[in-house]
Design a protein around this ligand. Structure first.
Ligand code: DSN
Length: 420
């Protein structure tokens, strides 16, 4: 190896080795992330990372897929069980890719679609800048109830009746409370629209039975990520409870060949292990996650923070939203940077009223990963105290970091999973 190559490789590998450090010693609180279990990691770190298996189990375009057929067939069955669905495709390589697949299956270019606006917490794939624009759809966003942090039911129902979308899309990336889906899905079905629910953030809570049950509340299709509250490797799911085989074929075709070729077999194997672990431990994990989010929100409010949605008990999901200054002031960005210096990893987030994604006033916090490491309500109070020391008391973040590392050192294992 030349000196140049040696230096490049060591720069890369040093950064790879370091990359997990602050997550392992601090508080990982990004609401869209999670930690994988040792057995999921083993499945992901396999030879499958370099293989192809286009098609479905037993119907492949390549030889050499027998073992992977076993893995994917088990995975489809487990996904149907865990999500209580008659159809599951476990191939999408991300939540966004499962959304692109669902849009390919459900609508044609030029069709109208209704969705949550990104300013109100909708995902970028629900927007013109993302998958909705890619499919050439005419987007109409729901009127929003800022106090309840959900679509304004009457106004959104009227909007669906007026605009008559071909598809009513629900779900978001800022997701504190269940969507009033039953009411709005009924209206959408009345005017002949299909209903899609993007459960990316809350999929583990849905499967754990603690949030809402979209496939029984009117969603024709549910998409989601396999790595947010569902604690698997990065990837996606496409799910439905429609029993029509023709519809199943349409969904499968939208995934392959529609939107995926290689679908990252090592991650699929990891998803299947995660599904099995979820079947065993998921309900308890989901309950503990929501309990911790409520505890963190209450503790932050007690410490003096402006926590959103107090009137509704702050949250019913894994997420908590805090406001740190005036609308569009960038106070959320500053707060996230200060917390990072103390070993607390969060993300700035737009709150109602903010108009600029890079200078928002808020933070979006998630407790699912801390919960997976075994933290409970007592630790949530300690986490809130660390927030107060950094952001209200303005203590030197490196002093607070010592305390963060000390708290975290008692919670290094991954729980709610099988031991190797
Ligand atoms: N950008 C992710 C989130 O943090 O919500 C979703 O893809």
């Amino acid at each position: 190896m030349s000196d140049n190559h040696r230096s490049t490789i060591s720069q890369i590998l040093d950064a790879v080795d370091r990359s997990g450090e602050h997550y392992g010693t601090g508080f990982p609180m990004i609401a869209s992330e999670n930690v994988i279990s040792p057995l999921v990691r083993r499945a992901c770190n396999s030879d499958l990372h370099g293989r192809y298996a286009e098609g479905l189990p037993g119907k492949r375009y390549y030889q050499g897929c027998d073992d992977f057929d076993t893995i994917e067939a088990i995975g489809i069955q487990l996904a149907q069980k865990v999500f209580n669905s008659s159809f599951a495709n476990i191939q999408p390589t991300s939540g966004t890719v499962s959304n692109i697949g669902a849009l390919k299956a459900l609508v044609k270019p030029g069709d109208r679609i209704s969705a949550v606006s990104t300013a109100d917490g909708g995902h970028i794939s629900h927007a013109q800048m993302g998958a909705v624009g890619l499919r050439g759809l005419d987007l109409h966003t729901y009127p929003w109830d800022i106090d309840r942090m959900e679509p304004d039911i009457d106004a959104a129902a009227a909007m669906i009746r007026d605009t008559e979308p071909a598809l009513a899309l629900f779900g978001a990336s800022v997701f504190l409370f269940p969507t009033p889906l039953e009411e709005l899905a009924d209206v959408a079905h009345e005017i002949g629209a299909r209903v899609m629910y993007d459960g990316a953030h809350v999929l583990g809570l849905i499967a754990g039975g603690v949030f809402q049950d979209p496939l029984r509340e009117g969603a024709d299709v549910m998409t989601g990520s396999s790595h947010k509250t569902f604690p698997g490797p990065q990837g996606g799911f496409l799910l439905s409870n429609n029993d029509d085989e023709k519809f199943h074929r349409r969904l499968n075709n939208a995934v392959f060949p529609g939107t995926n070729s290689s679908y990252h077999l090592h991650h699929v194997a990891g998803k299947v292990v995660a599904l099995s672990e979820f079947e065993a431990f998921g309900k308890q994990y989901a309950r503990d996650t929501v309990r911790n989010a409520k505890a963190l929100a209450a503790a932050l409010a007690t410490e003096g923070f402006d926590v959103l949605a107090e009137d509704r008990g702050f949250t019913a999901s894994h997420q908590v939203l805090t406001r740190h200054g005036e609308t569009d002031s960038g106070a959320g960005r500053k707060a996230a940077a200060m917390l990072e210096e103390a070993g607390i990893i969060t993300n700035m987030n737009m709150l109602p009223g903010d108009t600029k994604a890079m200078t928002p006033s808020g933070l979006r916090l998630g407790v699912q990963e801390l919960t997976r490491h075994g933290m409970g309500t007592t630790e949530m109070e300690e986490v809130a105290t660390c927030f107060r020391r950094v952001l209200i008391d303005q203590e030197d973040p490196s002093t607070v970091k010592t305390r963060v590392n000390q708290i975290r050192s008692d919670f290094t294992e991954v729980r709610y999973c099988f031991q190797e």
